[in-house]
Design a protein around this ligand. Structure first.
Ligand SMILES: [Zn+2]
Length: 347
């Protein structure tokens, strides 16, 4: 009896300490709640130990990126803040992205601790809330908007669409990119539906249920295959759709594969936003063979999504209106390989 009272008193002390820390962080005048450093108005390339952006700005000196500061003008929405999404959010935060919008309805669990980012003391907190807290401390220059809900319900879907269209760096403007880091087919189809309707460019990511393969995919509505154009991929691989995981926790996951997939996703995001290197339409990762296949897929003219077909028409008109010499001859091919990452839609 005496022992349990003592334990409770200890716990109360711990909680009081945490509360005091939390209040300190949110004290007036401490900016947006960043406990680590003050906000920086302008990115500097000055080479001093106290400059959090010196190594990033060095990309300009190295001739890789012509205008790194531009990263601050972009807003990126991340749907799913799990094994891939949380690491993606951290990388973009550390790179100094302008704004992040996070969508998830899960809570942090101890069963997530084999992955990166979340910590045991955050168990029980909503993922978006815990992530926002950590990310603000890492970089208070980034604006955060978090939504603790499931985007697939009818009313949340409307709100989700509204935030994609209006939640840009400047309120009323659309976000620059949507990243799908979800672990189920239904949520991917929901993002696909929203982005086809809005003509919103997005990137999809996935890690297989057996934890040893993954992929990323860039989807520009009308220009490249959307997620609904791809079911032939599933069909071609003789996959019984009933075996696709729709929700819940996956059987296996590795911090390595998830870290690699988050890495190739954010690399593609940086190349896309800052205009350097080759942006991949599809990049796979097979950990068993260390195989990284790439390909690009044209949209399917018979896609089930009517907004995808509409975007395809608009893209054709746009290309036809270009001056002749600027029309690039694109050699895209639809490849429906029996690829392993088509088998499971997870993470
Ligand atoms: Zn389509």
């Amino acid at each position: 009896m005496a022992e349990s009272v003592e334990r409770l008193q200890q716990r109360v002390q711990e909680l009081e300490r945490e509360l005091a820390q939390e209040r300190n962080r949110r004290a007036p005048g401490s900016g947006e709640g960043g406990g680590g450093r003050v906000r920086i108005e302008k990115m500097s390339s000055e080479v001093v130990d106290s400059n959090p952006y010196s190594r990033l700005m060095a990309l300009k000196r190295m001739g890789i990126v012509s205008d790194y500061e531009k990263i601050r003008t972009f807003a990126v929405a991340i749907v799913g803040v799990g094994g891939v999404g949380s690491v993606t959010a951290e990388m973009l935060t550390r790179c100094g992205i302008g704004k992040l919008l996070l969508f998830d309805y899960d809570k942090v669990e101890l069963a997530n601790m084999n992955r990166l980012f979340f910590q045991p003391h955050q168990a029980g907190l909503s993922k978006v809330q815990a992530a926002e807290h950590t990310l603000r401390n890492i970089n208070p220059d980034v604006l955060f908007e978090v939504h603790n809900y499931n985007i697939t319900t009818v009313e949340n879907f409307q709100h989700f669409m509204d935030r994609i269209s209006n939640g840009g760096l400047e309120e009323g403007k659309p976000v620059d990119l949507v990243l799908s880091c979800v672990d189920n087919f239904e949520a991917r189809m929901t993002i696909n539906t929203a982005c086809n309707e809005l003509g919103q460019t997005w990137m999809e990511s996935g890690v297989s249920e057996n934890a040893v393969s993954g992929h990323i995919q860039l989807i520009i509505p009308g220009e490249s295959a959307c997620f609904a154009c791809a079911p032939p991929l599933v069909v071609a691989a003789n996959i019984d759709e009933k075996t696709l995981k729709r929700e819940g926790v996956c059987a296996a996951s590795l911090p390595t594969t998830m870290g690699v997939v988050a890495g190739i996703l954010v690399q593609n995001v940086l190349k896309f936003l800052l205009n350097f290197g080759t942006v991949s339409f599809y990049l796979g990762y097979n950990a068993m063979q260390d195989f990284f296949p790439t390909m690009s897929m044209k949209p399917n003219p018979q896609c089930d999504d009517r907004n995808c077909r509409k975007q395809q028409e608009e893209y054709k008109k746009k290309v036809a209106a270009l001056p002749k010499q600027e029309v690039m001859q694109e050699e895209e091919e639809i490849i429906h390989e029996d690829n392993e990452w088509a088998r499971r839609f997870c993470h």
